[in-house]
Design a protein around this ligand. Structure first.
Ligand code: PMP
Ligand code: GLU
Length: 392
């Protein structure tokens, strides 16, 4: 049997496979400190679960409109107005099976063969794979730690060609935790408008920002940039709903119609009961979101202080999301040649699981998710400290 060229060139998601491996080892009794999961360790808030249970019990268990219920799309419009000062109509919203699915719909809707998508590195590892699946070409732009791993217009100018169709902007960022300021977004917006490119603004970590920093949506900066932005967001991170599989886009009606048509053939609507839960998430009390954010901020402060005091490691203080992105170049030698080798030793000899970041475009870095308990973070950092003191 011969597989398609496309399938032959798609790699498995290493974040998902490493997370699954860590879960399996823990279930078998291993005492791991697993900094892998890109998912909150909190339970989904009670009122959200109750809304989905009530929906199930009352028979809300049938197909819904393919792009999501009108109730949910209205609730998303209200949220975008309240939190981001953005005015959308429900027919500009498409609700999908997770933000990952939303992103896949976007690339399938806007890319033709040879169309290029600028992806700032480090990047969430699924972006280039999704662009490839949709037949487009990823143009990877390496950002620098000196600039907080944020894309500059000079870097954009170098990457731009006549085939550039879109740019991905992920703020707050996975894996660096970088959050773009208003001024930085203004410069990128100006570039996008001048060169007529689409901005895909992945804002899935918008609720998770620290030290009083505000998340700003690039679409809110002017009418011109609003028209060329596709917002991607979802319920996985802010509401601790990873398993519910709900994400959404907000875009021009033209793009929303195209994504809706594609989705209507490929998956139909996202889960009906989950959509009722999502309405409760957006319309209900937001206290649980803030409580989780406060807890993540405590963990961010702790893990960053620990990491910066370990010799030979270097990292920036993340302003958002729940990841610490660590440069391990100082640990590389003839036997440990890459971050992957470091990750292997940490797992085999110290029972610590980290994500080596070659798939994120930075082979000398590792990512630590602090979406795990303070106890596990402490245990894991003790072990990483021990590894460095014993081996170097
Ligand atoms: N964007 C980013 C940057 C992410 O880290 C994730 C996490 N999986 C997603 C999108 C997709 O999230 P989900 O499919 O769970 O909504
Ligand atoms: N986004 C999370 C991560 O980066 C979840 C896993 C995935 O979908 O990649 O770990």
């Amino acid at each position: 049997m011969k597989l398609s060229e496309m399938a032959l060139n798609v790699k498995e998601s290493s974040t998902l496979s490493i997370t699954a491996m860590a879960k399996q080892l823990s279930e078998q009794g291993a005492d791991l400190a697993a900094f892998t999961a890109g998912e909150p360790d909190f339970d989904t808030p009670e009122h959200i679960k109750k809304a989905a249970i009530d929906a199930t019990n009352s028979g809300f268990t049938k197909y819904t409109p393919s792009s999501g219920t009108v109730d949910l799309r209205k609730a998303i419009c209200a949220k975008l107005k309240k939190d981001n000062s953005l005015s959308y109509e429900p027919n500009q919203i498409v609700v999908s099976n997770g933000a990952k699915h939303s992103l896949s719909n976007i690339f399938l809707s806007i890319l033709n063969k040879n169309d290029e998508v600028i992806i700032p590195a480090p990047f969430w590892l699924s972006y280039p794979e999704m662009v490839h699946i949709a037949g487009g070409k990823s143009i990877i732009v390496h950002t620098s730690s000196e600039n907080g791993f944020k894309l500059t217009v000079t870097e954009l100018e170098k990457a731009y060609t006549k085939n550039t169709k879109a740019l991905i902007l992920n703020s707050p960022n996975n894996p660096t935790g970088a959050v773009y300021s208003k001024e930085e977004l203004e410069q990128i917006a100006e570039f996008a408008i001048k060169n007529d490119i689409i901005v895909i603004a992945d804002e899935i970590y918008e609720n998770l920002v620290y030290s009083g920093i505000q998340h700003i949506s690039i679409a809110s900066l002017s009418e011109e940039i609003f028209k060329r932005t596709i917002i991607v967001n979802g319920f996985s991170k802010g509401y601790a709903m990873t398993g519910w599989r709900l994400g959404y886009t907000a875009s021009s009606k033209e793009i929303a119609d195209a994504m809706g048509n594609i989705q209507s053939h490929m998956t139909s609507n996202p889960n009906s009961m989950a959509q009722k839960g999502a309405v409760a998430a957006l319309m209900g009390d937001q206290a649980s979101v803030e409580n989780m954010r406060v807890e993540f901020e405590k963990r961010r402060n702790y893990i960053y202080d620990r990491a910066k005091n370990i010799p030979l490691l270097s990292c920036n203080k993340p302003d958002g999301a729940f990841y610490l992105f660590i440069d391990v170049s100082g640990l590389l030698n003839d036997s440990l040649k890459s971050a992957k080798d470091i990750a292997d030793v940490l797992l085999k000899e110290y029972s610590v699981v980290v994500v080596p970041c070659a798939d994120f475009g930075f082979p000398n870095h590792i990512r630590l998710s602090y979406a795990i308990s303070m106890e596990d973070i402490t245990k894991g950092m003790d072990r990483i400290e021990k590894f460095v003191s014993e081996k170097y």
